[in-house]
Design a protein around this ligand. Structure first.
Ligand code: ZN
Length: 452
């Protein structure tokens, strides 16, 4: 399988996201974690931007020895010299130069012509190459650059000594096929491109950063620039954990490998969130707190029987301690019984029925039932309320009406019964929709109803 270089820019592009700035100590701590995670390149900062950035790059270069340490520089001598100064102590330094190439950037931001741009890029790379063997060049806003001109710039920087050519979708504008096509065009038209590494750098403004990066890889890019939790300018960068796991879970589609130790993904994500105090969105792929949580009864039931029913990767493979079965109103009796067992309580069917009944009422009110709530409920049922329990369980009328009145179950069950795909469920639903989840006879299907 082809090897993909993982270039982490959490400390540079990621740090540029609002609220994510880090001090030198914090950057150092995160760089050490990125080293444990196994990324190939750490972009440690933009040395000319501030003294703090300079110091961070310097200290990371001095103490993190395995990965390549990159420092960012604009395409001018002062920036390149400052980056090189910061990288002095690095075991494997890289100077990363960028210069915008799109007409809109040239005209309004840089106020230079295409010819001046070409010359400036060539000069900066030549100078960097005289200092450092490993030089990366990024034509900023490449995806909105005239393709013929982009080819010209890329060819010029390769001739000047660049070893990696990065193609940034700076504004998050491109689409997967389009971006893949751009990488293919560069490979077809640029002299010398087969001697350098092509890299992707995609922003997530349309939610396509990961898809675009993978499309680039399929067309020959062999380095992906990305960040932990996908942080970065505006909507962020391609998310490192998603890129890595997409390749790991689907080698049939993406036969590429990285040396990232995926079991450190979750702890890396947690560390970043802790340092920046920017929480990870709960439904974030791979590292969100709900990424491996299953609440729906049908899912929980399936998970308990065989995790492969709803899990395409194990939580352990990305370092999440365990898949969490969240107890909420959609949970089934099977999951509830298991949690009770984990809390040290085993129940007879009738006792469990009563706990389940109360659990459902509670879950409807508080959404998420914590262990402490469950323990309280168990105590309530097993102690003073014991006589009430037997009363309740012995009487169908006493047992169901109050719940039926407040729970959406009858409607859900009725809907399931009307659904032709759920014929087996309607069969077991029997005479009274109200009695389904609390029926005395055991039926595997009762758990399913809650997850339909
Ligand atoms: Zn960027």
């Amino acid at each position: 399988m082809d090897r993909i270089t993982i270039f982490d820019t959490t400390l540079r592009d990621g740090e540029q996201s609002p609220g994510c700035s880090m001090n030198v100590q914090e950057k150092l701590r995160l760089a050490q974690q990125l080293d444990r995670l196994g990324v190939d390149v750490i972009e440690a900062g933009f040395p000319i931007a501030s003294d703090g950035d300079f110091e961070a790059v310097q200290r990371i270069a001095a103490s993190v020895r395995r990965p390549i340490i990159a420092g960012l520089a604009r395409a001018c001598k002062g920036d390149v010299d400052r980056a090189w100064e910061a990288l002095q102590g690095a075991a494997r330094p890289r100077i990363h130069i960028f210069l915008a190439t799109s007409d809109i950037h040239l005209k309004y931001k840089l106020r230079i012509t295409r010819e001046q741009c070409l010359e400036q890029a060539r000069e900066a790379v030549r100078h960097a190459k005289s200092l450092c063997a490993d030089v990366e060049f990024s034509p900023e806003d490449a995806t909105r650059t005239d393709v013929a001109f982009l080819c010209q710039v890329v060819e010029a920087v390769i001739a000047a000594g660049a070893t990696t050519v990065n193609i940034p979708d700076t504004v998050g504008y491109t689409m997967p096929e389009e971006y893949g096509q751009l990488i293919r065009t560069l490979r077809e038209k640029v002299a010398g491109i087969d001697k350098v590494t092509i890299s992707t750098h995609c922003h997530n403004d349309l939610g396509l950063a990961v898809a675009n990066s993978l499309a680039g890889v399929q067309q020959g890019a062999r380095q992906v620039e990305c960040t932990i939790n996908g942080i970065g300018e505006r909507a962020g960068n391609a998310s490192l954990e998603e890129i890595v796991m997409a390749m790991r879970v689907r080698p049939d589609r993406y036969p590429y490998e990285t040396v990232v130790a995926s079991e450190h993904l979750f702890s890396s994500s947690q560390m970043l969130a802790e340092i920046t105090r920017v929480p990870v969105q709960p439904n974030k792929a791979i590292t969100g707190r709900n990424a491996f949580a299953h609440e729906a009864g049908i899912h929980q039931d399936g998970m308990l029987k065989n995790p492969l029913t709803y899990e395409i990767m194990t939580p352990q493979s990305v370092g999440v301690p365990d898949s969490r079965l969240v107890l909420g109103k959609h949970s089934g009796r099977h999951a509830l019984a298991l949690r009770c067992e984990q809390l040290g309580h085993q129940f007879e069917r009738r006792e469990l029925d009563e706990i389940y009944r109360r659990f459902v009422v509670l879950a409807d009110r508080i959404k998420r039932v914590q262990d402490s709530h469950l323990l309280e409920l168990i105590q309530d049922v097993t102690s003073g309320a014991a006589s009430q329990v037997s009363d309740a369980t012995s009487s169908q009328t006493k047992k169901f009406p109050p719940i039926g009145a407040t729970m959406p179950l009858p409607r859900a069950a009725a809907a399931a019964a009307n659904d032709s795909h759920s014929a087996h469920i309607s069969g077991s639903a029997g005479q009274s929709t109200l009695s389904i989840p609390f029926a005395d006879h055991h039926s595997d299907q009762e758990d399913y109803l809650w997850g339909v």
